[in-house]
Ligand binder design. Sequence first.
Ligand SMILES: C[S@@+](CC[C@H](N)C(=O)[O-])C[C@H]1O[C@@H](n2cnc3c(N)ncnc32)[C@H](O)[C@@H]1O
Length: 290
Amino acid sequence: MTERVFDELLTWVTGVDDTPSDLAKHAGLNAFLVANGVKVPDSSAPARAIVLGGAKAGIEQSVLQDVGFANGEIVCIDRVPPLASEFLGSNSLVWLDGLFPDTVDEDRVPSADVLVCLAASRFFPDAFDTYRRLVRHLRPGSLVVIDFLHQPVIRQAALAALRDWVFVEWGRDRDLAMASLRDLSRLSVSVGNGLVGSVVDLESSAPALGLHPGSYSSQRVLYEVFFPFWFKSGATEDDALRQMVWQLLYRSMNGTEERVRAFADSCDMEVVGVLALTPDTNVLVGRTAR
Ligand SMILES: C[S@@+](CC[C@H](N)C(=O)[O-])C[C@H]1O[C@@H](n2cnc3c(N)ncnc32)[C@H](O)[C@@H]1O
């Protein structure tokens, strides 16, 4: 049942969420790639890039541009049809419709020179396992730009508890489950509005809990450390609902820098860098062994 509910919720949220790729959030990645002169491998043959979970493709396209990917083929694996046409430039696009590796078999994935996956790995059952399967399709010296989410332990536990509850309720009665989620979203907006201007000074350092010394917005600490009460001034309850449902689909949440480096090592990858893009997102930029 879990897989079915996951699938239904993912269908629902991808159907109602037309938020564009968060390009501003990824500006640090673009700057990192340019500053380090990261480029696609030289090859006489036309290059191929695999973009996993890249239906909206804005970020992925900007990364491919940064690394000089041109006149090649982009293979987008996602159950959502890619919106890439306006970003394609000189590249062609192939869409593998489905979820990897659940409904897109590994033998349908062609060999490639670049792998890009951003803002999607949190929804894989195990990001490390999924990436490992894809890295096997890369040619020697291929470029890898993939991200990993990691969450403080309390938030991981809260998300897991909430997800388990929603999955059971959704399996019983979708309308009631959605009504409860709408209530939580209303609560989230109300709490956010109530905390506008409230600041907290944290003195202790407890990285596993997501606590670091400094002065923070109280709502930010609540959201990033404890509970998925997303808030943005002026956002609607529907926006909050969508954000909450996306987070209930989180499955892979333990991509600390240490684990990411160990993963790269175990795949025999040369690490160009592990970029802490945000407090909860590490991006691995690497190359497969030559
Ligand atoms: C939050 S969206 C991010 C899209 C895009 N990368 C961006 O940053 O705008 C996550 C995407 O991952 C896709 N996705 C989730 N699990 C997937 C899987 N196992 N295989 C392929 N795509 C997946 C979803 O369908 C969705 O389009």
